[in-house]
Design a protein around this ligand. Structure first.
Ligand SMILES: [Zn+2]
Length: 118
């Protein structure tokens, strides 16, 4: 169910930035560690967007790989399953370098003028 609250957060953010203009595309960066199911997120986004400037907007989701960073030797590596030890130096003083993203990267707005209408 956390896709529903994420969808609300996206729509709120975009509505704030759109300033009343109709939004056509919302680009999203989603880190793998967020464990978001893209189809589910899209479903809830459409639902939450109804009646807002986001209604009918396309949601583009860029999935960001999970990476860890070793603070001892500065090595950065990609992980599939969380394993919190550096494979390069064996150090355990590591931090998440990426994979926790959940942010609206960009939005596209419909032109104010009516295009193709006379
Ligand atoms: Zn290391």
């Amino acid at each position: 169910m956390h896709e529903l609250s994420l969808s609300s957060a996206i729509v709120n953010t975009v509505v704030k930035h759109a300033g009343g203009r109709r939004v056509t595309v919302v680009e999203l960066r989603v880190g793998k560690l967020r464990q978001v199911i893209p189809d589910t997120l899209e479903f809830y986004f459409e639902f939450v967007a109804r009646g807002t400037v986001c209604e009918g907007a396309r949601l583009e989701q860029e999935v960001i790989d999970a990476r860890l960073h070793c603070r001892e030797c500065d090595h950065v590596w990609r992980i599939e399953i969380p394993a919190f030890r550096c494979p390069q130096c064996g150090g355990s003083d590591v931090e998440i370098a990426s994979g926790n993203e959940f942010e609206v990267e960009a939005i596209e707005i419909e032109e104010a003028q009516c295009i193709g209408q006379r």
